[in-house]
Design a protein around this ligand. Structure first.
Ligand SMILES: [Zn+2]
Length: 224
């Protein structure tokens, strides 16, 4: 497959390739390299570039932040729920078909919600990660919910799996896809045919999840 890229020459001595947020491939090159040589280098990294381009991450964001006033809606597990700000005291965040917070907490709503989402994320993701890890016959050391910005999940060489807390706003079938995707990376580092084969066995409708992320990923990229 042909890879489009732009070349940025500089005084640096090293050659590197980055995939930008808009998926543009940028080649950073020393001035003395010929275009032919650069093409060869890009070709040699083709698989890695393709992997970065395909990976579940990085969507442009253009949505204003919440003010946490009554009538706003917040996403949770793929659905939108209305926020109600009440005069009465509420212990943090109440959730029952709608979100309820006290007017007194409005100024700290951002932190309250982040904490609430992170807690729910761990409660929902950890049991699923355990279940799928067993199905796949893989072992992970730690499962963390973290504050990553432009990716939905990642795995480390120490067999840890990390998930962006914001994925808890997505429908369950999308969350499952992201979990299984990272778990399979523990046994198959690249997006090879084997990778997608294993994935399709665990998550037969994974394409639907990929499409959802493609169309709605920007909703996850903002905090709320
Ligand atoms: Zn991947």
């Amino acid at each position: 497959m042909h890879i489009e890229y732009v070349i940025k020459y500089s005084n640096r001595k090293t050659f590197s390739i980055t995939v930008e947020r808009d998926r543009q491939v940028v080649v950073h090159s020393p001035k003395n390299l010929s275009e032919e040589k650069i093409k060869q280098l890009v070709d040699s990294k083709r698989e890695l570039i393709q992997q970065k381009l395909n990976h579940v991450q990085k969507y442009p964001t253009n949505i204003s932040a919440k003010e946490f006033v009554s009538g706003e809606s917040l996403m949770f597990l793929g659905k939108s729920y209305q926020l109600l700000v009440v005069e009465a005291e509420v212990d943090g965040i109440q959730f029952n078909k709608e979100f309820k917070i006290s007017k007194n907490d409005q100024s700290v709503a951002n932190e309250l919600f982040k904490k609430w989402y992170k807690k729910r994320a761990l409660e929902i993701i950890l049991p699923l990660a355990n279940e799928y890890a067993e199905n796949l016959g893989v072992k992970f050391s730690e499962c963390k919910i973290s504050e990553m910005k432009y990716r939905w999940g990642s795995c480390t060489t120490k067999n840890n799996i990390n998930f962006n807390w914001r994925i808890i706003k997505a429908p369950l079938f999308v969350i499952k896809y992201i979990i299984v995707h990272e778990l399979i990376h523990l046994i198959e580092a690249n997006h090879t045919a084997t990778f997608w084969n294993i994935l399709s066995i665990q998550v037969p409708d994974y394409q639907r999840a990929k499409d959802w992320l493609k169309n709605n990923g920007h909703l996850l990229e903002v905090d709320f």
